[in-house]
Design a protein around this ligand. Sequence first.
Ligand code: ZN
Length: 146
Amino acid sequence: MDKPQDHRPDFDRWPPEGTRAKPAWGAADWPTTIGRGVLGRCPNCGMAPIFDGYLKVHARCLNCAAPLGDMPSDDAPPYIAMLVVLHVLALFVVFFYKGYYHPGIFMAGVLLALLALICMGALRMAKGAVIGILLKLGMKREVPNG
Ligand SMILES: [Zn+2]
């Protein structure tokens, strides 16, 4: 009988090996890249800050000129920050409803202010990490024609 030939068509692997350009940035390994982003340093060189203010990103790294401003982090950082912080908050909610902990009005206010500060810090750390991931993957923002 006819046995199908063992062939490897060209479309087995896409894009074909050797045709994909390596990203120019992000030579460091993954933990280093993400760690630098979490700490607010350039994920590529680690020598300059990512942020120009609270969440505004420098268009280019001040040290190595990596295109930090072209990385479309969009909605990922708030999602990651909420995912992490609200898991910690859930512990307090369970304690409250189980009757283990009943803060007074002053302590409740302090905890809410603390929660807001933790959310702001987590948002900045998550944005740095996402920019590091995008820089390593070479996923720049598409520039419209014109
Ligand atoms: Zn840099």
